[in-house]
Write a protein that binds this ligand. Structure first.
Ligand code: UD1
Length: 419
């Protein structure tokens, strides 16, 4: 199993390019199932989760070709297998995103029920409920969601809880359904807007994405598309926090401040100087000391749960006390136990973690438990005294493109080790 070795204590200084957004590329790839025409995608990050989605699409008969400009070309004309098997779904829960497109275009799907996850139970009841409301017959049998429909019908559907991939599944189902679908209490994440932009490029009629009410008028067929995936806001935020904890200075290119409002506000509160342009963000932490910042995670535009672990690491060495409230997932403080091993003073009570900044973290062997937890541990290691070894690094490869290369570009001492 591969590990990362990080020798802490170096300031991150320099510039890097931000990759395309994993959480936008995944639904967009799933949406390729909605058309029999050619689809070309740019800015798709090379990540394990993306490779899993491509393998899944290929297993269904989608033709997928990476051309030499790293453009991804897809064609779903000859889809012949409407199944997402357990082996793939268990490695990536976002495989559930093929459910809506399959039922909508082909009238049938068998998708393995994702199991629990390190960060919480993460049920998919709302995805199923929404599709049932559109007329799909769905049974859960032998660990599989088995869905069928002659033709999905437009519906007024209100999500009982805000769900990002749930909203995306119903959007993708609705674009080929009969008539009008109105989704209320919809997720407002930028990745929803990116999916809507992609679907519109294919000829879908969608309004209201980015607000809590999305209105979709179904069409009979969708065209091909040539589309560039949005930048990854969580990767952007992660490198900003990593630079802040080391007292460094960074320029992120190919990203946008519009995606990162709540994260940038917290970094400014922590003492960072931030400047932004149309497609760049810079952070300078060389002139001030880190101040602890409290936050509560909530759906967009609130503070993202996917940035909680990174700020937890930041707060562990910041001046003062901070309260971090996790409102989205019930078990998302597993990195805290690992941070304790590096000397952090963080107490957990229910869904609240309270940190009191220490002067210095010290290196220790630690274990990554999920994707963003591993980002938090990398950030802590960059600031710690000594060599930190992070185990189970496969989590980071799911969501951060060329992570050690980008960190090295910024002056960090990082290497990958096989054990
Ligand atoms: C997406 C993101 C993930 C992010 C999360 C919250 C992708 C591929 N993943 O995950 O990185 O951390 O949003 O911003 O985009 N819920 C239910 N029933 C459902 C669906 C969700 O109870 O059917 C609950 C979940 O358990 C959770 C909350 O709703 O407590 C939000 O989850 P959701 O927005 O669905 O997360 P994902 O879409 O899986």
């Amino acid at each position: 199993m591969q590990k990362l070795k990080i020798s802490g204590g170096r300031k991150l200084v320099g510039e890097i390019n931000i990759s395309g957004a994993k959480n936008a590329a995944l639904p967009i790839l799933a949406a390729s199932l909605l058309s029999e025409r050619n689809i070309s995608l740019n800015n798709v990050p090379q990540l394990n989760d993306i490779a899993t989605m491509i393998t899944l699409l290929q297993s269904m008969g989608v033709e997928v070709i990476f051309d030499d400009r790293m453009q991804l070309n897809l064609n779903a004309q000859n889809v012949n297998k409407l199944i997402a098997p357990y082996d793939l779904v268990k490695t990536m829960r976002a495989s559930i995103l093929v459910l809506g497109p399959l039922v909508s275009r082909f009238g049938a799907a068998e998708v393995s029920l994702p199991g629990g996850c390190a960060i919480g139970a993460r049920p998919v009841n709302l995805h199923i409920d929404g599709l049932r409301a559109m007329g799909a017959e769905i049974e859960v049998q032998d660990g599989y969601i088995k869905a069928s429909a002659t033709k999905l019908q437009g519906v007024d559907y209100c999500f009982k809880e805000i769900s990002v991939t749930g909203t995306e599944n119903i959007m993708m189902a609705a674009v080929l359904a009969n008539g009008k679908t109105t989704i209320t209490n919809a997720a407002k994440e930028p990745e929803i807007v990116d999916l809507a932009n992609f679907l519109r490029t294919m000829g879908a009629t969608i309004k209201g994405d980015g607000t809590n009410t999305i209105i979709i008028n179904g069409v009979n067929k969708l065209n091909g598309a040539d589309y560039k995936v949005m930048p990854d806001r969580i990767e952007s935020g992660t490198y900003l926090v990593a630079t802040a904890i080391t007292g460094g200075k960074i320029l992120l290119k190919n990203t946008s401040e519009n995606l990162l409002g709540s994260v940038l506000s917290k970094l400014i509160e922590a003492g960072a100087e931030i400047e932004t342009g149309t497609d760049w963000i810079s952070l300078d932490m060389q002139r001030s000391n880190l101040k602890a910042v409290s936050f509560s995670t909530s759906p967009y535009p609130g503070f993202p749960t996917d940035m909680q672990a990174q700020f937890c690491a930041l707060n562990s060495v910041a001046n003062g006390k901070a309260e971090m409230v996790e409102n989205i997932f019930e078990n998302r403080f597993q990195h805290v136990v690992e941070l304790h091993r590096m000397g952090a003073d963080i107490q957990i009570k229910g869904n609240i973690a309270t940190s009191r900044g220490v002067d210095l973290l010290t290196a220790a062997p630690v274990m990554a438990t999920d994707l963003r937890a591993s980002a938090g541990l990398i950030i802590a290691a960059l600031a710690a005294k000594g060599d930190t070894i992070i185990d189970r690094i496969y989590h980071i490869d799911r969501g951060y493109e060329r992570v050690e290369e980008k960190l090295q570009q910024l002056g960090a001492s990082v290497s990958r080790e096989n054990s």
